[in-house]
Design a binder for this molecule. Structure first.
Ligand code: 5GP
Ligand code: ZN
Length: 117
């Protein structure tokens, strides 16, 4: 997927601040952070979103990496919000499956995303 931004981050063609990496997963800081910690966790393999037929091994690897990222960022005890946008109504902008990991401050209560007061 040469036209996919996140595939190009996986291949190193687009630079990113990498937080965590293993065989299946890459995690890097969001370019436009909405919280003191805002890291994206992606499978290295290309899936457009959760609506793709994502295998359970990949899903497991991604969410295990989410936990590792929280520890590395020091927010595992204070807590964090994870968000996965899938498709147009979610306002997904990058069509490569990714989990937002956001923390370091109190989030808005409930399901209001990205705003916090
Ligand atoms: P979405 O709206 O698709 O759930 O989230 C996409 C996220 O990717 C946004 O938070 C946006 O700031 C981030 N993003 C878009 N392009 C880049 C990039 O080139 N590098 C990084 N690190 N993040 C990006
Ligand atoms: Zn991709």
């Amino acid at each position: 997927m040469s036209d996919c931004i996140f595939c190009n981050i996986v291949s190193g063609e687009i630079p990113a601040t990498v937080v965590y990496e293993d065989d299946q997963v890459l995690a890097f800081d969001d370019l436009s952070p909405q919280a003191p910690v805002h890291t994206l966790v992606i499978p290295k393999a290309h899936f457009s979103s959760l609506a793709d037929d994502v295998d359970t091994a990949t899903l497991g690897a991604v969410f295990t990496a989410v936990r590792a990222v929280a520890v590395l960022k020091g927010i595992d005890q204070s807590g964090y919000r994870t968000i996965v946008n899938s498709g147009p109504d979610s306002m997904q902008t990058v069509e490569h499956l990714h989990v937002h990991v956001m923390g370091g401050r109190k989030m808005a209560h409930g399901m209001v995303v990205f705003s916090g007061d």
